[in-house]
Design a binder for this molecule. Structure first.
Ligand SMILES: Cc1cn([C@H]2C[C@H](O)[C@@H](COP(=O)(O)OP(=O)(O)OP(=O)(O)O)O2)c(=O)[nH]c1=O
Length: 192
């Protein structure tokens, strides 16, 4: 049987890069166009799972294709933090994360060739040092965190501001590789 084609339902180059790290190149990349607004009172874990499933379901799938989607949500307790759409939002986010532990939740969804959807979710604790005004401004000026959940990129210079991470490093970036490998194998995608 020929290896199934894999569609990565994501506009995030970080997800594509993370797949490359485990030797997986998607046959096709399709950006899911869905409304990412949280539902009223929606909790972070439920939100991340719902979005991962919605992103996977939003892209058209041919019969021999497997679809992989993910969602990364930064949360302070029950509060879902938005992505850093602009520098002002990013400053506010970094002010909230400064000196605190927060959760970075990554959910993934794989739809196999029979149309069966499987999901996994990983919650990682990320602890930022207390950030000075100068450290916030330097990080904002780097532009690295713009457009990212929580306004930071752990794979970049932000890691030097993070005291510790407990959980999945790849999950913080956007695709928990241990769980992604498990779901791709379960969907019949041949992985070494
Ligand atoms: C916390 C964190 C997020 N991110 C990025 C990964 C994702 O691109 C983004 C999380 O937002 P997502 O909504 O999960 O992903 P996206 O909007 O970029 O792409 P798509 O929905 O099409 O899959 O933040 C990092 O690159 N590093 C980090 O440390």
């Amino acid at each position: 049987m020929t290896a199934p084609s894999l569609v990565l339902a994501s506009s995030s180059p970080r997800r594509r890069d993370l797949l490359a790290r485990i030797g997986v190149t998607p046959t096709r990349i399709s950006s899911p166009d869905i409304d990412e607004s949280p539902l009223k009172g929606e909790l972070p874990r439920a939100y991340a799972l719902r979005l991962a499933q919605a992103k996977a379901a939003a892209v058209a799938r041919a019969p021999d294709e497997i679809v992989l989607a993910g969602d990364t949500t930064v949360a302070l307790g029950r509060r879902i933090l938005p992505p850093a759409e602009d520098e002002q939002t990013q400053r506010k986010l970094l002010g909230l994360l400064s000196g605190r532990r927060h959760s970075c939740i990554s959910a993934i969804c794989v739809i196999d060739r029979m149309g069966t959807a499987r999901t996994r979710m990983v919650e990682t604790v990320v602890a930022f040092k207390r950030l000075s005004e100068a450290e916030v401004e330097a990080y904002v000026a780097s532009g690295e965190g713009l457009g990212k959940a929580g306004g930071y990129a752990i794979q970049g210079r932000a890691e030097a501001l993070i005291r510790f991470v407990a959980g999945s490093h790849s999950g913080v970036i956007g695709l928990p590789l241990f769980e992604t490998r498990a779901l791709l194998l379960a969907a019949g995608y041949p992985l070494g």
